[in-house]
Structures are given as C-alpha cells and as structure tokens.
Design a protein. Sequence first.
Lengths: 313, 271
Amino acid sequence: MAKLDKKAGELGIDLSVNICDIAFKNPLMTASGTFSARESGAFYDISELGAAVTKGVALEPWAGNDTPRIAETYGGMLNAVGLQNPGVDEYKKTELPFLAKYDTRVITNIAGHSIEEYCGAVEALNDCSGISMFEINISCPNVSQGGAAFGTDPALAAEVTREVKRVSKKPVIIKLTPNVTDITEIARAVEAEGADAVSLINTLLGMHIDLRRRRTTLARKVGGFSGPAVKPVALRMVWQTAQAVSIPVIGLGGIRSGTDAAEFLAVGASAVGIGTAALSDPLAMVRIKSELIDYMHENGWSSIAELRNAFEI
Amino acid sequence: MELKFIYEAEVLHNIEIAHNIMKLTMLAPQAAADARAGQFINVYPKSDRLILPRPISICGADPDKGTLTIVYDVVGAGTEELKAADSGAVVRISSPLGNGFPMPEAPGKPVLLVGGGVGTAPMVFLAGALSEYGADITAVTGFRQETFLTEELKSTGCRTLVTTDLPTEHAFLGNVIDCMQINRIVPDSGWTCYACGPRPMLEALCRYIYGLDKGASLYVSLEERMGCGYGACVGCVADVRDGKDSSGRDIIRKLKVCKDGPVFNGEAVVW
C-alpha cells in the first residue's frame, strides 16, 4: 500500500473510484504524453497512481516531428512532439513489464494514422493482462494524418469507435480534442457507437513566435497548447460533456493542484488526468494527491462521491 | 533504476562574471556528490507563468563542501528570475540529469576540451575531473568578445587557449577551429576530445577532427529546447546513428537529448 493512500486511510478517506466496472484506488491518472514509466518512476513511486496512462503507442514505430518541439507560453506550453513512439512490440517488451512491478492500473493510449492502424495496435495489445483499458487518441493536433482528423468529425469519430470496439477485448476510452465547435456532439457520437468512457481535453492548437529569430518557435509552426492557462476551457468542456453523455468522463487540462483536481471532479469527471504539471514538477502526481486528501479532510468528505455531491453545479 | 530527487538548494553566491553571464553556487550536498561533468540540473522557476524547468549545465561540484556551481546565460524570464536570487534564497532543483562525459580509456593520454561561450561551463568541471584522472589537457575556448571562466580552466593546470570573434586583448582572433589549426592541435588516435557550445561550432569541430582521419575520439554535448528535462515528454531529440540495418544502411534514431544525452559520440550525430 502506497504511503499517501495510507494517509488517506488514517484520515478515514476513501479515494477509490470505479470506472467501467474497474476499480481504481484513486482518481489520479497521468496524462498520456507526459509520462514514461522509467523516467517518471525515477522520481516517485508509480504505485501512488490511480492509473498510469502511457504515451501514445502505434502499431509501428513513429519518428515524431522535427525540433524544436517545445515552446513555453504564458502559464502554459506548446508541444509538437508528434507521437514519437517505439511501436507496440517494443512497448510490450519494455514499458509493460516495467509497469507490472507496480500496484497501479495501466491505461494504454493508442495512436494511429488510419482505422486499420488503431485496430491493429489494439489487437496486438488485446491479450496483455497488464493493461486495464485502452485510450484511443483521435485528438492529437501534431500529426498530419489521422489524430485530430478523426476527432473533429462526428461521423469519423463514430466510425473509429465502432471498429475499435469491434476488436477490443478491454474497455475503450476515446480521447477527445477541444478543437471543435461543440465537443458534446463528438462525445455523443462515440457514446452511441459503444465508447465505454471519454477523456478530455487533449491540447488546444496554438502558436508561438520567436521574435529574435523571426520565425515560429516550433519547427512544425503550430502545436498543442497545455498547462494551467487552459484549465477554464477544459473545465467548461468537461462539465458540458458530463451533462451530455452517461458514460464516465475523465477530465484533464491544466490541473496542477489538489483543488484543481477537485474542480474537475465537481463538474462531473469520474477521474482526472495530470500532464503538464509533471513537467513543471516531477513530483506533481504525489503532491496533488496529498493536496486532494487534505482538501477533502478539511471539508469532511470521506469519499470522492461525497466531494462530487457537495457541489451544486 | 537510478532514483532522482528534487532539492531545495540554498544560494551561496550568484555573481555576474561577464555581461549577463551568471555563476551561481548553491548548497546541495546530495546533488554535489552525484554530479558528473557533462550533466545538467533542472532549475524550477518560482513564477506561476513560467511552467518549464530551465536545464543548466553544471560547472563544478565540491562534495566535501556540499556545493554545486552552475553558470548560465541570462536569456529570458526564467534566467532573469534566477539572476535575481540573492545569497540565502532557495532554488528548487533536480538531481543531476543526463549522462555526462565518459573518461578517457587510460590516464596520461592527451585530451582536448573545446568550449564555446557558456558551453565552457561543463568544460571547467571536466577539466577538474580529467586533471585528477591524470590526463594531459589542452583547452580551447571561444567567445564572441568578452571572455569568462578562462582563469578557472587555467587553475586546473591545463594548457588554455582563448579565442574570440571580435578583437580582445590576450585572445586569438577567430573561431576555435582557426585557433586549433594555428596552434597545430592535431588530435590523433591517442586523443579524446570533448566539446560543448553552439551547434555550428560542434558540427565544424566534428568536420575538423574526423576530417583529419587520425582516429581521435570526440564527445559532444548537444543543446535542445527541453520540456521535462528528465526523459518523460520526448520534447528534445537529436538524430543519432544507432547501428546498421540488414542492408548495411545507418539506422537513425531520434534519441532524447536530456536522457540519452546531452553527451553523444560526435561520430553518431547527424548534423
């Protein structure tokens, strides 16, 4: 039993949540793209996590985009990594066995350029007992084929969901892009095709100019905007989506404190993802969990359900 | 797996050693004990609007005193904030990160250190370590005009050549390659060379050393815009040759500068 769960236990707080009939010991998950098992695990005990949501993995290795891939903005950042990943074979050989040593759930984020590639990766990983759920990334703004092209069109999002659900032996989360007029339309479309849950938001499409060099800071010119600056947008979209669908919503976007996490839970998220905060502070996951416990204790809530019910939104 | 930590380090001195070039010494005993030349630390800004760590190379470590010294160029809001940290201030830092420079195969052999601008900082740390190891060190450092850290290099006992782009007293005029050619520095198979500085300098040095074709080895420390600085985000990568495929072609991989580097074998880097 991890240390901070012990703290929750001593305070009589039960942090566990249930999503798609899977029990998670707490609602804190890493956000895909900001977590690597060995590197993040060098700083903190991965067993502290409700779930480790791993970096997007595709059927074949992807090289990702040219550098610079990173730009800092006011209270946020842009990335244009482009889903560089070693492919499912390497993922099965290195990342999964490493994570198996920890007492946490693994959610595998899946990338693809086409419906066939999404399904191929899911089939390749279907029988891995260490994986609890798949998260299908139809929302990455940094790839020219696939990615957000699927996530911005309700019909295509529905089609990916239908085909992935046809092959998947595990519950499927669809990760949604905020770069749409009405995110609830996409959420309803994937729910109708059997998505077990949705996660949002992926990054917002943004841009940054390097005035000294008189060009864009990112080699790709545009990239995904994340960090504390995007939180109000994320919170609004999570609230809207939680109203619109009856499947669980995993909320993320700019969370960097225990009270930020509580806000997402309060507007209807069943769990929360933490991403950019782990760049600002490698210990963010454990700190945010501790802060959430403190906040619940101060308010006398003994479960996540009590916290959620205490808000009138 | 090597565990990494976050420390609250007390600033002992933070002084401007050249225009907008700061040298900061802090009390960080564990980091000082762990540090190797070529590694860097993440410095975490305090301001809420600055959300990314600043990766800064280590210029020296004294495990007995528990101190760590970094030298940095003030280039933006993050380093401006750090510049304002007075003695007694606390800065949040990470354990030393990255792989550092490998030592030569045997002591007593000639080594060449090449530093460009603020890239001289890790060379000072390396010169100290190599001097203890018993290497015969030549250092070549290039600056735009104002020189710094040259006395620190000399104090490690190494032969130090200083060169500048614009005329300065007591310095060669020209780039580091010109300086090496004029001084007939021709590394051969007995030599190990190390470099840190702007990418064009590193590329030119690779062309020079490998163009000589005398079998010297060369390690270069690359700089790249980083996200996390510890290998989680894959924001900073460099194209590096990593073996051959079945038809004998180079396999080029995008390796993480922060985790797999920042030091790479110069021969493997695709410029």
